[in-house]
Design a protein around this ligand. Structure first.
Ligand code: PHE
Length: 507
């Protein structure tokens, strides 16, 4: 039997670390250049690019609901990750092909075949991710016994893999794709496709050697009572067609993804609370998961301006010259992965220091602090844009400071929320509650795209409006983000005490 008393982690964790690192390389690397590719290489306007981005990412985090279900019942985690990984590699490759066919000038316009390949590539990514992301996160937990104290630190190490991947992916795609020449974006997609092949090969190579439970049993294999593995393959093209249709309608006809996602959350809440076998305590804990996920929506909706409006801002309003080198605009998002990896030990130290003095804030307060740091980041960016005229550029210090504050905020909220959801869920609903935790970023990312679509361009006479209030300039635009995250933080601070009573001793 494996030694669960030492603090050493099983090799399976490092295998998961490597696989997730390559997958996040591909996901964040591609996302970093997506809106720039859409606006500069395909000549989409900012609003359409932002909406397409939001719809894409919204669906990316929606499909885990289906991928998690199929893995539990039909395929097991390993097969789901392998299939999802290959579908994603193909998706990136199709995007590479779409970029090969891009129009030379705005007047030429995107050809139907290139447009189709763009949607097909994004659709394959959505379907593939649904199988990949929830299963890899779930498998980390299965490597440990029920009361194994290494579980929390395992997730922290895993979170480092996520951010190392995001850092490297963003770095490579910015350097090879975001060069100033719109023809180069294709190399970013190719690099991401290769990363996905590496992710899949890593699992293929290591699964039998390293994916063992604390009792030395293989984990993530096809469930014993599976009604048949092949049955589900037929649903892959159906799921793909559905994603394509929904994405297309959302981008060009009417916003359907947002209400669709909210409805999914309401239906899940209804199904769970209708379960009569749940005790009152269980219900109260589940209610906390839903309430916390609700606040998390406001976090990601403003945080995920990074690949959208904040990248427009980096591109057009930030002085990017440093020692004669022009920093590509997409590279700024990279600061997130960098600060997470470098500041995580610092945060662990701070919590440990406070813990020894009995002053460590509970999870809910940490999350409220996370939201507050997000607000502070936007307050910093408000300073130089107050009287900014189009064409005048601000120092990159402001974006660096914003990303620093946002990353510390993420460290206060995201890994902590993940383990809180695990601790609060009754055993039979763990996977479903994980899916709820992913639905929050799904809704939020769609909302992020909607907010980014409000990016004003006064020089072009583009004035947008939010809740009927016109947005003339960047000061007013960033104020929306200050308001959303600020109010959410304040309310969470105010209700955290009451909510903790519903958590029945869990901190
Ligand atoms: N950086 C995190 C990740 O890529 C962001 C995230 C948190 C996404 C929670 C989804 C859910 O995993």
């Amino acid at each position: 039997m494996a030694d669960t008393t030492s603090s050493r982690h099983p090799n399976g964790l490092y295998l998961m670390f490597a696989i997730e690192m390559w997958e996040r390389f591909s996901y964040y690397g591609m996302r970093a250049i997506l809106v720039l590719y859409l606006t500069k290489a395909l000549f989409f306007d900012k609003a359409l690019a932002s909406n397409l981005y939001g719809g894409y990412v919204g669906l990316v985090y929606m499909t885990p609901l289906i991928g998690g279900f199929i893995a539990d019942r039909y395929w097991g985690n390993r097969r789901s990750i392998l299939v999802g990984g290959l579908v994603m590699a193909l998706g990136q490759f199709v995007l590479f092909c779409s970029a090969l066919l891009r129009p030379e000038t705005a007047a030429e316009g995107i050809t139907p075949i290139a447009g189709f390949m763009l949607f097909l590539g994004l659709g394959l990514m959505i379907v593939g991710n649904g199988f990949f992301k929830p299963n890899i996160a779930a498998m980390v937990g299965t490597l440990y016994g029920p009361n194994d104290r290494r579980r929390d630190s395992a997730y922290t190490i895993f979170y480092m893999g996520i951010n190392l991947g995001s850092f490297l992916g963003n770095l490579i795609t910015s350097l090879v794709g975001d060069t100033g020449n719109p023809d180069d974006f294709k190399w970013a997609f190719l690099a991401c496709s290769i990363a996905m092949i590496l992710a899949t090969l890593t699992l293929w190579w290591g699964q039998n050697k390293y994916l063992l439970s604390w009792e030395n049993q293989p984990v993530g294999i096809t469930p014993k009572d599976s009604p048949g593995v092949s049955k589900i393959y037929i649903w892959l093209p159906v799921l793909l067609l559905l994603s394509l249709g929904i994405m297309y309608i959302d981008a060009f006809v009417t916003n359907i993804i947002f209400p669709f996602l909210v409805l999914s959350a309401v239906v899940i809440a209804y199904l769970v609370f209708a379960d009569k076998s749940l005790s009152r305590i269980d219900r109260e804990k589940i209610a906390v998961i839903f309430i916390v996920s609700f606040f998390v929506i406001f976090f990601w909706a403003t945080f995920e301006q990074a690949p959208a409006s904040l990248t427009f801002f980096a591109d057009e309003q930030t002085d990017r010259e440093v020692w004669g080198y022009t920093v590509p605009p997409s590279l700024f998002q990279n600061l997130n992965g960098f600060f997470i990896v470098t500041c995580a030990p610092l945060m662990a130290f701070v919590w440990g220091f406070l813990g020894k003095r009995n002053a460590e804030p509970s999870s809910l307060y940490k999350m409220a602090i996370g939201l507050f740091l997000l607000t502070l980041g936007y307050v910093v960016i408000e300073l130089p844009v107050k009287n900014l005229v189009p064409g005048i550029k601000v120092s990159m210090f402001y974006l660096v400071a914003l990303y620093f504050l946002h990353s510390i905020g993420e460290l206060c909220l995201s890994p902590i929320g993940l383990s809180l959801v695990n601790k609060l869920s009754p055993a039979k609903y763990v996977s479903l509650m994980m899916a709820v935790w992913y639905l929050a970023p799904a809704i939020a990312n769609k909302a992020a795209g909607m907010i980014s679509a409000l990016y004003p361009e006064p020089e072009k006479g583009i004035v947008t409006s939010f809740l009927g209030i016109p947005i003339h300039n960047l000061y007013e635009f960033f104020l929306i983000n200050v308001g959303i995250s600020g109010v959410a933080s304040l309310v969470l601070f105010l209700i955290a005490g009451r909510l903790s009573k519903l958590m029945h001793g869990i901190k």
